[in-house]
Design a protein around this ligand. Structure first.
Ligand SMILES: Nc1ncnc2c1ncn2[C@@H]1O[C@H](COP(=O)(O)OP(=O)(O)OP(=O)(O)O)[C@@H](O)[C@H]1O
Ligand SMILES: [Mg+2]
Length: 375
């Protein structure tokens, strides 16, 4: 391809229609050339500007500073300079609006003395976007600070009294119930039971809120060890068995023989199982069934929690792992944090979690835990 060498006429046309403002001034800083881009940027027709002083295009407060730039440049040795690299340039439109611009200036020696060419780009739109972004960033930082303040309040100021209630209610419940003056009357035992249950619920919610914050901040710590998955699954099923029995739901556990050991934090995996089994039992009507299975895949153990419950609508599936999300019209007890936490914990172990829900077949949650590497 040969190099295109435009003649003077073509060059002049290109300059005329350029979107940047191109303004030439003589050594008295009077305008001798004003292209279409300049006319559009400043809102003056070109013919009105020929002969006008350059300072008409600048807010009065910057006029001297800009004129100083041009003068210094005129007497210096450099032939071109990007003014905005040194300072911010402001322009003044015909409607009185000031705008920020980036400008480059170059000097050309002509038979009639030096000519200064100023090329300006209107940066006001970009500045507006920058201001919006800075504003959004500041608000996001404020929100993060507020959240952290709130969490430390929850962690220290709420957890301690809740634990005190739990401890004292448990202590009351350890007293014998009889007609003796020092013993616990029946009605007080009932009250202490409710207090213990409520405080336990509050404590669980506080723990969930703290876990969600840790997952968001990436500060969830795992105490991983190489372990067999089977006892972790059995323990979770045993813990949830009374809840299943209460709802007359059959809870079956099926663990494939010869599963490889996994590298896991057993407490955290127990928490995932408790959240998933808890959901399965909560959203399955009386008489239904819940199945906990573990099978081997190529390089992981896959755990499945399947229920015969009310299922999740396909429209809802994309939101299911969002924190605080709950389907409309289902049992709204809980805070909508269980699945978000389960996903975070599984991912922190390097695993994946998916949910499928089919009409008439209930819901199945599958998650993987990578097999521990042999030493
Ligand atoms: N097995 C399931 N069957 C039907 N719907 C489910 C099932 N598991 C979860 N969902 C739906 O997903 C929502 C979010 O579940 P998630 O466990 O995160 O919160 P939650 O159970 O409502 O409250 P939390 O777990 O914090 O006590 C539930 O409220 C429910 O609408
Ligand atoms: Mg839940």
């Amino acid at each position: 391809m040969t190099l295109f060498q435009p003649d003077a006429l073509v060059l002049a046309s290109i300059l005329q229609i350029a979107t940047d403002a191109v303004i030439c001034v003589n050594d008295e800083h009077r305008i001798v050339y004003f292209n279409d881009g300049a006319a559009q940027m400043f809102g003056y027709p070109a013919d009105e500007m020929i002969g006008a002083p350059l300072r008409n295009l600048m807010p009065a407060k910057f006029g001297d500073a800009h004129a100083g730039h041009v003068k210094r440049f005129g007497s210096g040795t450099s032939t071109s300079r990007r003014m905005a690299e040194r300072s911010t340039i402001y322009g003044l439109r015909s409607n009185g609006e000031e705008f920020v611009a980036q400008a480059g200036i170059s000097r050309v020696q002509t038979d009639n003395g030096p000519l200064f060419a100023v090329v300006m780009r209107d940066m006001s739109e970009q500045r507006r976007t920058e201001v919006l972004l800075e504003d959004a960033l500041a608000r996001a930082e404020d929100a993060i600070r507020d959240r952290d303040d709130m969490l430390s309040l929850v962690n220290h100021d709420l957890r301690n009294p809740v634990n005190a209630v739990k401890m004292l209610a448990s202590a009351l419940l350890r007293l014998p119930t009889s007609a003796e003056a020092a013993d616990l009357p029946v009605v007080a035992r009932e009250h202490a039971n409710v207090m213990l249950q409520s405080a336990t619920q509050m404590d669980a919610l506080i723990q969930d809120l703290l876990d969600v914050a840790r997952l968001e901040r990436g500060t969830l710590r795992l105490a991983c060890q190489t372990a067999a998955i089977s006892p972790i699954l059995t323990l979770a099923a045993d813990i949830l068995a009374p809840m299943a029995a209460e709802k007359h739901i059959t809870l079956e556990t099926e663990i494939e023989a010869g599963l490889p050991p996994v590298s896991v934090d057993p407490d955290r995996v127990g928490q995932v199982l408790s959240n998933l089994l808890g959901n399965a039992l909560k959203f399955t009507p009386e008489g239904g069934s819940v199945r906990l299975r573990a099978i081997r895949t190529v390089d992981a153990v896959e755990v499945r929690v399947q229920d015969s419950g009310i299922r999740i609508k396909s429209d809802d599936l994309p939101f299911i792992f969002d924190r605080f999300w709950q389907a409309k019209r289902t049992d709204r007890s809980g805070a909508g944090l269980g699945l978000a936490i389960a996903k975070g914990i599984v991912q922190a172990h390097g695993g994946t979690i998916v949910i499928e829900s089919v009409l008439g077949q209930g819901t199945i949650v599958r998650f993987t835990l990578p097999a521990a590497l042999a030493n």
